[in-house]
Ligand binder design. Structure first.
Ligand code: FAD
Ligand code: NAP
Length: 337
């Protein structure tokens, strides 16, 4: 039982920003035996550990100390639960979008609004991935983890996962859990969610079945979002801030076109609108820039490192703070901080 560890591995192909980042040590976790070997190794030397999936929500420094372990566990199991309901257990290393496509072929619904999100199934609970009015956590029944603190395997219930907007216990207690599998509760019954206007417009005149929703989501995303294999990025760089009703009313009186949505805590502002309004969309500073079609996405035009992206992000944050009194929060994960 031993892990194949490689030294000084360039992680450029393992992060969608395409940063050159040298991991002192790197390994892949393909089977349960690899997990056992990793646990034994960590018990021996307890060095810094970064677990990655597809690297699509990561901001890696030029050097990464310790060990980087890419989760590559595969396998999907179905369980018919009766009354159109299906339990689906997916290993953490499965690709998210391929899983959504596979479920669609099986006539199993729920995740079609989350099509084309890059990355692994194991990372989906980490930031409770969401798009077009649907969040993965709504369909997650339980998550199988290895808890480094307690030193045991465990299935965490949905309540224990503490899902919130682009957040979960896995993000809040970063490093405590190694996610091994995710169990979803899905359905063979069609209940499309078409609350987002662009999705409704794209579906106009069509029979709204799960395939139509899937195809519309893919079409919209392909038209707005850069393909990381051509232009490095990590999707939305900033979260959408939630502000108080008073703050929103003040902003609305100054900026009547501001895009915002009612939220239990006040109003959720569309960060993309704030950034676009200040003229950042399409701007380029050296090797980094703001995407031409979507102001929320920062891109690597080639040869950028994390510091260049961070400098651009700070300039945008200061500008937005000055104009709107809102400090934007960065969504992708810095490693090391
Ligand atoms: P990684 O980037 O590899 O890791 C992300 C974090 O999860 C890290 O902290 C890592 O340590 C941790 N992690 C990963 N795997 C495990 C594991 N098995 N156990 C424990 N921790 C783990 N996000 C959305 O929510 N909605 C979107 O619509 C969306 N669209 C995107 C579009 C583009 C073009 C891109 C590039 C990104 C987009 N994202 C979106 C962000 C990203 O795709 C998701 O956050 C995705 O879930 C990250 O998966 P990953 O496997 O690449 O995770
Ligand atoms: P969009 O449709 O242009 O909408 C802009 C923003 O308004 C979105 O961020 C969305 O918030 C919000 N919004 C729109 N309609 C809403 C409604 N009916 N109710 C509540 N909020 C609404 O957004 P987009 O940039 O093209 O992205 C489309 C979807 O994909 C969004 O859900 C977005 O979060 C997701 N996405 C996420 C990432 C990422 O990396 N996290 C990357 C690309 C796309 P929400 O973001 O809260 O949904």
């Amino acid at each position: 039982m031993s892990l194949l560890i490689r030294n000084d591995v360039d992680l450029q192909a393992y992060n969608t920003f395409g940063f050159h980042s040298i991991a002192r040590q790197y390994c892949e976790l393909r089977e349960r035996a690899d997990i056992e070997a990793l646990i034994a190794r960590q018990a021996r030397n307890g060095e810094a550990l970064l677990v990655i999936g597809g690297g699509s929500n990561l901001l890696l420094a030029p050097r990464v100390p310790g060990l980087v372990a890419r989760v590559a566990l595969t396998g999907i199991e179905l369980e018919e639960l009766g009354d159109h309901r299906v339990g689906v257990t997916v290993a953490a290393g499965e690709n998210w979008h391929e899983t959504v496509c596979w479920l669609l072929e099986q006539g199993i619904h729920g995740l079609e609004n989350l099509a084309l999100i890059p990355g692994s199934v194991g990372a989906a609970p980490v930031q409770n991935i969401g798009a077009y009015g649907v969040e993965a956590g709504q369909f997650i029944d339980a998550v199988e983890v290895y808890d480094w603190q307690a030193g045991r395997y465990e299935w965490l219930s949905r309540a224990q996962c503490g899902f919130a907007y682009r957040d979960s216990v896995f993000k809040r207690l970063s490093g405590r859990y190694l996610i091994l599998a995710v169990r979803f509760r899905l359905s063979r019954h069609i209940e499309p969610v078409v609350t987002y206007r662009p999705l409704r417009e794209a579906l106009e005149g069509k029979v709204v079945d799960h395939r139509a929703v899937f195809e519309a989501v893919c079409r919209i995303r392909r038209s707005k979002l850069p393909d990381p294999s051509r232009l490095g990025n990590a999707g939305s760089f900033f979260k959408n801030p939630v502000i108080s009703v008073d703050h929103y009313k003040h902003l609305q009186s100054r900026y009547p076109d501001i895009v915002a949505f009612p939220d239990p805590a006040g109003y959720k502002l569309a960060s993309g609108w704030l950034i676009d309004h200040l003229g950042w969309k399409g701007r380029r500073i050296g090797p980094v820039g703001v995407h031409e079609e979507q102001a929320l996405v920062l891109v690597n035009h080639g040869g950028a490192d994390r510091a260049a992206v961070e400098a651009l992000a700070q300039a945008i944050r200061s500008d937005v703070d000055r104009a709107f009194g809102v400090m934007l929060e960065i969504e992708p994960v810095f490693y090391p901080r």
